[in-house]
Design a protein. Sequence first.
Length: 255
Amino acid sequence: MFEELKYQQYYEENELDKLLGHPYQELDSYAPDYVFQIDGKSPFMPDCDDLIRLHYMIRKRRVITALEFGVGWSTITMAHAMMRNRQEYSGVIEGKIRRENPFHLYCVDTELKYLDITKKNLPKEFHEVVTFCESEAYLTTFNDRVCGKLKNVPNVCPDFVYSDGPSFMSIKGTIDGISMNHMDRTIITADLLHMEPLFLPKTLILFDGQTNNARFHDNNFQRNWKYSHFIDEDISVFELMEDSLGPYNFNQLRF
């Protein structure tokens, strides 16, 4: 999927260095204890390679509606890609693809602090293609398995989903003495599992890290998903491999 991608060249040609205010650099993974200590307190530095892959996928797939769990540098990068898609393809899809508010990014986060920081850092010209949503997260079960879930998710039908949140520290509550507030835990969520019947064919889901969460979804999804784990990139990708539902969906798949 990323064999042809020349990271630094892509970063600079698409002026992501100017957009983010950071030159290209490879970022080492954060240690788990550091993540536990800093989580919810201070923003992380941008992971250029992760952001490049996000931008590349949105542009290559010509994404029309994107849904993001967890805001930050990724929101600014995705907004930039969505705006370019809007500028290039709005006239192409008009009257051919049924899509409310096309070429728009919807973001949800549990941390008001990060939402405010991201809104402040988002260039004004991108505000028209981004909608922010705040939501609490709580501990629940899915198929009798403990997991987290948001109380409020944007009511959209995305063709691309980016999952990099919520933080496991943001999930409130306990079940039988179990909570997410533990350094040894990994984030497990059920939002996309609840939404699964609503997704359209060829929907693409990207988990940034969250390998345990991706495997939880792989074990609980019921439709025909292609699951790929990119170990070196530390991401997991799902694609809904189903035939088109009708003329409008067929046009979108061809687009």
